[in-house]
Design a binder for this molecule. Structure first.
Ligand code: ARG
Length: 395
């Protein structure tokens, strides 16, 4: 008897993997596992239904709490961003891989499988975590290793009576979790093709957004969002509510060219209303409460952090090191930020903090406390090196 545990989303790739693992790889038993990282309930139900139709043992693992506590909170504090991509999918992969492995261990499985293709990033992310956790189990990636195209997969599914969702939907490759929704593939692979409205589900088109703007207020404590509009809420609730509120105003749509790990440039579409709002608000509060030196240094740390997450290398000890710095930098990131949402745009309109470095008494044009004349002395030295070079003398 040989058993394989498959990371199963219920989409085309992972659905086709089930019969392939039996027929092409000879596994007697396939266990399909969906990890719940906050994807919409309908998707989870669909996945369960599909697994039932495929006649395999099926598990759903609720990892929402861990996702938010161990991954999304650090992501918010790190202002996680890779080339403009807010890392919603990359950040979930190590946790999904870990949960798949846990089931496999319990089931005494011989192998782990995923449905990633050989062109994307997820194969790197899943396998880095799998290999970190086990050297004994085999790792199988049927779509990649059989070099299948989406069309071939659809063909195979039709011929073998494999349940796949409606044709239209299969044109796009969708990935969703609490933080973000991504849409890629099909006609979108042509970077000059404008995304049709039908690909978006979390955000309204600017045409359908309300004419009146909405204002929202977020309170952060040590860099973590804790209140929405004066109401103390769990971060999970804050994200859900913001996805609705900001999605209604069309906030958080991104259409971009992204450099994948392999070096391939890819065209990606994302929707992540809550992520956009929280990142804008958090960055603004940091500008108010961190020193210039902290901000400069932190932006380098943020780039390193985002790069590791993009590559799925959160097992690298550097990741912990970076998180230690980031956590320490957040001690004073306490306060409130107000934002205005309107017709796809988002603007911070006010901020305040008990730890603000901003000092109105000093900076105000109307205050005399700080004697302006003193600036004159400092200016004598400003730019002195280039002047020295040009004039070859010190005055
Ligand atoms: N480009 C993103 C990443 O590498 C998103 C991939 C999501 N996958 C999908 N099938 N839509 O993290």
């Amino acid at each position: 008897m040989s058993k394989v545990v498959l990371a199963f989303s219920g989409g085309l790739d992972t659905t086709v993997c089930v019969p392939l693992l039996k027929e092409e790889y000879g596994y007697n038993e396939v266990v399909a596992v969906t990890v719940d990282v906050g994807q919409p309930k309908t998707g989870l139900k669909e996945a369960e239904k599909t697994a039932k139709k495929l006649g395999v043992e099926y598990h759903q693992v609720n990892a929402k709490k861990e996702f938010v506590e161990d991954y999304i909170k650090p992501l918010i504090k790190a202002n996680g961003d890779y080339e403009g991509y807010l890392l919603g999918h990359a950040i979930a992969r190590p946790l999904i891989a870990e949960k798949i492995y846990e089931v496999a261990k319990k089931e005494k499985a011989d192998a782990l499988a995923h449905g990633c293709t050989g062109k994307g990033n997820d194969q790197f992310r899943f396998e880095a975590t799998f290999k970190h956790l086990t050297q004994e189990m085999d790792i199988i990636a049927p779509i990649r290793d059989m070099n299948l195209t989406r069309e071939e997969e659809i063909d195979y599914a039709r011929k073998n009576d494999i349940p796949i969702t409606t044709e239209g939907k299969e044109e796009w490759s969708i990935d969703e979790n609490l933080w973000s929704r991504s849409i890629e593939g099909g006609k979108l692979e042509n970077p000059s093709f404008e995304p049709p409205e039908e690909v978006f589900e979390w955000t309204n088109s600017p045409k359908k957004t309300p004419d009146e703007p909405s204002k929202i207020k977020i309170r952060f404590e040590e860099g973590e969002p804790v209140c929405l509009n004066n109401k103390e809420l769990d971060l999970i609730e804050i994200i859900k509510k913001l996805n609705q509120k900001a999605g209604k105003h069309g906030v958080g749509r991104v259409d971009m060219i992204e450099d994948r790990i392999l070096g391939l440039k890819a065209r990606e579409n994302y929707e992540h209303p809550a992520a956009t709002v929280l990142q804008e608000a958090h960055k603004d509060l940091e500008n108010l409460t961190l020193t210039r030196n902290q901000l400069n240094f932190k932006s380098n740390i943020e780039n390193e952090w985002s790069d590791l997450v993009y590559k799925g290398l959160v097992v690298d000890p550097l990741f912990e090191d970076l998180n230690s710095f980031i956590n320490s930098s957040q001690k004073n990131v306490n306060g409130e930020v107000k934002l205005k949402l309107h017709k796809g745009s988002i603007k911070v309109i006010s901020r305040k903090s008990e730890n603000a470095i901003y000092n109105q008494n000093l900076v105000s044009f109307d205050e005399k406390k700080l004697d302006q004349k003193h600036a004159k002395g400092a200016i004598k030295f400003h730019g002195i090196q280039s002047r020295n070079l040009k004039n070859k003398k010190g005055d």
